[in-house]
Design a protein around this ligand. Structure first.
Ligand SMILES: NC(=O)c1ccc[n+]([C@@H]2O[C@H](COP(=O)([O-])OP(=O)(O)OC[C@H]3O[C@@H](n4cnc5c(N)ncnc54)[C@H](O)[C@@H]3O)[C@@H](O)[C@H]2O)c1
Ligand SMILES: O=C(O)C[C@H](O)C(=O)O
Ligand SMILES: [Mg+2]
Length: 461
């Protein structure tokens, strides 16, 4: 993180060099200096400092406090500054400069537009924002790795998602954090909101509630509904795995794949792996491998146990990981031990995707694995759903799809994988970067093609 320290420095008592030395000795990396006020005896400067922990930040401030002739006037955090007033805004496409324009955009003339849509509801796509607008809806019950937080506290994540939609795919996304934990109420609210939107992106809703909400909305709405943490993650994970398997020259159908954390992301990843040809997937949650000798309260886990784990393996992660070719974690930090990695098959693939702290740190695992991926941007191979949702919604909005089906999801995964050529592919580059400008157009094209082939794309031209 970057903090900005506003310092009042009395030049006769201390030099800037002395202050810089103290900052550096306390573990800070000075990246910018701005002069705020300059006088003969006193100067005020804003010093931007990169620090990697709250403890280091405290150490820096404490050590400046101990110096003579300098006082810390203010400490701000660049990330907090970036969030002041929120991160997005609504902008009009035209201005209203005179009475005539006022009567066109608003009453009385706007009534003619209303009546045209009233007579032909499809015109909502031509004459309103529906065509390009997605609702990003959360009830804040599984936010990143933070778990359940308040809907207000989840807004920065949803605003961030809206920024990504706009920047990468030109989609107008609106963050909506709902104060509701009730499945039926959530479904009712989202259905009631749907006329304004061309698609619904569900975000950070805990399992198993997320399954019911998504399934019901998919059935009851005629616009695409996509739970990002399930399907976005699954699509990107499959894309990464397809390329990782090329690096290790293994075939998905011959691999033993252990998925850890059988929640929203873990179940969706497993379904995609099965759709992508995997035959031996074993799911592990807190109590060990999901198997057919148990009956679970969670209906999805009973489905899971019946459709995976062909040898009905039992026991903790440390036992089922033995001989596995692939580990995919969407569970919690530090769940995978280095001993477990050593017990995996030759040239193992480890995707430790828990945010913000992975199941095993890359520093620890890398010596023993062939391909390592995390959900983070500060290591190679970032498997994060941001690679998928902008292109996915660009595609479904452009072909006016009524649904996002399995074929479209598989097509999106293959499209992401295909952005890396055979020559470029290596163990530290299995998945394109977030700023790779081929990703969105490739997903869009693949999703539209699959949408028309499967009859869900409704736009005729
Ligand atoms: N990289 C990405 O793009 C991406 C996308 C989605 C989710 N995630 C991360 O994956 C994690 C799970 O997200 P989710 O939305 O599926 O949450 P979720 O709450 O639906 O599921 C998490 C599952 O992990 C299990 N779990 C927790 N601790 C465990 C442990 N010690 N051992 C085994 N299982 C354990 C829980 O019981 C639960 O079933 C979070 O850290 C989230 O940030 C990453
Ligand atoms: O938001 C992210 O970075 C990924 C994902 O949606 C998550 O919930 O962890
Ligand atoms: Mg999420």
């Amino acid at each position: 993180m970057t903090i900005i320290l506003r310092l009042e420095i009395h030049k006769k008592e201390i030099t800037f060099g002395e202050i810089a030395t103290v900052i550096s000795k306390s573990g800070g990396d000075m990246i910018a200096i701005d002069v705020i006020k300059e006088g003969p005896e006193m100067t005020v400067r804003d010093i931007s400092v990169n620090v990697n922990s709250d403890e280091k930040q405290k150490m820096i401030i404490d050590s400046i406090h101990n110096l003579p002739g300098v006082s810390v006037k203010h400490v701000s955090d660049r990330t907090f500054l970036l969030h002041l007033g929120g991160k997005i805004e609504v902008k009009s496409k035209t201005t209203i400069d005179n009475r005539e324009e006022l009567s066109q955009v608003y009453t009385p003339e706007v009534a003619r537009i209303c009546m045209a849509i009233e007579e032909n509801p499809k015109l909502a796509y031509n004459l309103t924002i529906k065509k390009n607008t997605v609702a990003v809806v959360s009830n804040a019950t599984a936010v990143l790795g933070l778990g359940k937080i308040s809907p207000e506290a989840a807004m920065p994540v949803m605003e961030g998602k809206a920024m990504l939609f706009k920047q990468f795919a030109g989609v107008d996304a609106y963050p909506l954090c709902l104060h509701s934990n009730d499945t039926e109420e959530m479904i009712r609210i989202i259905k009631a909101l749907s006329p304004s939107f061309g698609g619904i992106n569900l975000e950070d809703i805990a399992s198993p509630q997320c399954f019911e909400i998504e399934q019901r909305l998919k059935k009851e709405l005629d616009i695409p509904v996509f739970h990002d943490d399930q399907h976005g993650t699954a699509i990107v994970a499959l894309a990464g795995l397809l390329n990782a398997l090329k690096v290790t020259k293994k075939r998905i159908e011959n691999c033993k794949i252990v998925v850890c954390g059988i929640g929203a992301a873990g179940i969706a990843i497993t379904k995609m792996l099965l759709a992508g040809g995997a035959k031996n997937v074993i799911g592990v949650d807190r109590h060990g491998a999901l198997n057919r000798d148990e009956t679970y309260d969670n209906e999805m886990w009973n489905w899971y146990a019946s459709n995976t784990n062909p040898s009905n393996e039992k026991g903790p992660l440390s036992s089922v990981i033995k001989g596995a070719d692939v580990f995919i974690g969407v569970s919690a930090p530090n769940v995978l031990k280095v001993e477990d990695v050593k017990n995996m098959a030759h040239e193992p693939i480890v995707f430790a995707l828990a945010n913000p702290n992975p199941e095993i740190s890359p520093e620890v695992a890398k010596p023993y694995v062939k391909v390592m991926a995390t959900g983070r941007s500060d290591y190679p191979n970032q498997v994060n759903n941001v690679l998928c949702f902008p292109g996915m919604f660009r595609g479904v909005l452009d072909c006016r799809a009524s649904d996002i089906n399995e074929e479209m999801k598989l097509a999106a995964a293959e499209a992401i994988a295909s952005t890396i050529s055979e020559e470029e592919l290596n163990e530290d580059y299995i998945i394109p970067g977030v700023f790779n400008d081929q990703v969105v157009p490739k997903i869009r094209e693949a999703v539209i093609k699959a949408g028309y082939e499967t009859g869900v794309a409704k736009k005729k031209d």
